[in-house]
Design a protein around this ligand. Structure first.
Ligand code: 5GP
Length: 186
């Protein structure tokens, strides 16, 4: 049995959405673009925990420039599938980002609330520049206007797990991205 054969949960059906090969190809492209755009600079990449840890790890290893890494943790979904809408900082930056080139690394943009909140939060710390790279963006899910400079994949408005993304803290270790569809009881 391979990791991709894991059954994610009794009440859900999993459907492969993005394979690990497609993920690696796209991450390489993003890293090339970012390396070009930040040539001659040393950006600080800020991973948004927990979901972005795998994407960030893959991305930085493909960069052809020097960079620094820091993390923040914010609350959003709790442990279920529905967003509470409220964002709180649970673990703040260690680094001082004033006058730095900041690249925020997000797992997925859904309503846009987190990314909009994070942009404001970092903007107040007066970085030299501020951009966001999101591995996934859900099409048609925006509840607020937001800006994201780099996108890995646009995906349908469905709940996904794998490659860092969880359901109740599980399935982050799946190497591919799956859509979870609820199976209705007979
Ligand atoms: P937003 O604030 O844009 O609505 O949501 C952003 C956060 O919600 C993401 O960083 C992620 O933690 C969580 N999230 C949104 N959609 C999904 C999804 O389809 N699957 C998982 N596992 N988390 C999601």
């Amino acid at each position: 049995m391979t990791k991709s054969d894991l059954h994610v949960a009794e009440s859900y059906r999993q459907r492969l959405l993005i394979s690990r090969a497609d993920i690696q190809r796209r991450v390489t492209e993003l890293a090339q673009q970012i390396s070009k755009d930040y040539a001659g600079r040393i950006p600080i990449l800020i991973g948004v925990l927990n979901g972005a840890f795998i994407f960030l790890a893959d991305l930085v290893r493909q960069l052809q420039i020097d960079c620094e890494v820091d993390f923040v943790k914010i609350s959003s979904y709790g442990c279920g599938k529905e967003s509470s809408g409220a964002v709180r900082m649970l673990k703040d930056l260690d680094a001082d980002i004033r006058d730095r080139d900041v690249l925020v690394v997000e797992d997925i943009v859904d309503s846009g609330l987190s990314v909009q909140w994070l942009r404001r939060y970092f903007e107040e710390r007066e970085p030299r520049s501020l951009r966001v790279v999101a591995f996934l963006r859900k099409v048609g899910a925006a509840r607020v206007p937001y800006e994201v400079e780099y996108i890995g994949f646009d995906i349908p408005n469905a709940f996904v797990v794998g490659y860092g993304l969880d359901l109740g803290q599980r399935y982050r270790n799946l190497p591919d991205i799956y859509v979870l569809e609820e199976v209705s009881p007979p």
